[in-house]
Design a protein around this ligand. Sequence first.
Ligand SMILES: *Cc1c(COP(=O)(O)O)cnc(C)c1O
Length: 365
Amino acid sequence: MSCDFHALATPGVQRLHPYEPGKPMEELERELGIRDVVKLASNENPLGPSPRALQAIQAHLPELARYPDGNGYVLKQALSHRLDVPAEQLTLGNGSNDVLEFIVRVFATPAHEVVCSQHAFAVYPISSQSVGARVVSVPARDYGHDLQAMADAINERTCLVFIANPNNPTGTWVDADALAGFLERVPEHVLVVVDEAYREYVDEPDYPDCVQWLPAHANLVVTRTFSKAYGLAGLRIGYAVSNPQVADLMNRVRQPFNVNSLGLVAAAAALEDREHVERGLAVNRTGMRFLRDNLQRLGLQYIPSIGNFLTARMPRSGAEVYQALLREGVIVRPLGAYGMPDHLRISIGTEAENRRLVAALERVL
Ligand SMILES: *Cc1c(COP(=O)(O)O)cnc(C)c1O
């Protein structure tokens, strides 16, 4: 190769490290020549999609030659009704990852800074860096977002702040008082993105429902997803709720058909299946208790989590324990890329999956 394409890439992209996803089950099954791999690595719903979503997908299959409804009318109407916000405040994405990128592309340039927390979801720095913006990663406090320090980090170059509530991979969260105090300190021209990917799992009276705060805070953007509690990670569908002007701007950078038609019909059906979500939450509560009890029994420390995953500190390198668990046919998530080399993130699975994980962990340690 005579041309050094790396040297031609934009400076932001040159410095970028790609997102490291959870290892796919099929990959480990190929590598080990086994079949019954357990994956607790991507915080997916262990019960799978809602049966109603599957029916909607089946019914829509003959329409696949057609482009999807680029405006997602039916799903937006359903969300509008559910959330009690006008449809013009909604932006649909190919996963909420997509809408996070819209926000970055609308507001961030190489002259800007984006504030996020240490140990926060990796997509915020990756998206911001890819457009050349400077990422200001504020040291975490007890593994969670330090909102005081994040407010202090805002300056005249700041265009965006990302807050994951709860955060992945730590499971930490910010309460309504802390967030309200933070928003008071943020200048109106700085967008605050609150990522509520795990909100359905949260059972805390002081957890803020940020959609209700939108009328009072024009600079607030709330993102949510069908990938976690709704069990549709493979279909890639999420959304943002914002003020109508911000939604209009995001709509300008969106691909015309960014959300696929199966995702649209499945999400609308899943939204109506509250029983399925409730079953998932019950499995999560029981599994969370089981995992916490067993980590304690094994003498392992963990970060208290309000999501569908638990991050625990290993007695030796997390990467080593991760590799040893793979050989037991169990996939979890190593957190070296998050600056937590001794920790592993474990998604809560079904009872059988959780038992497999605990037994494997016991053998490995
Ligand atoms: C999983 C996750 C998302 C959701 O990603 P999708 O693109 O909607 O699948 C968003 N934010 C956080 C913090 C997550 O952990």
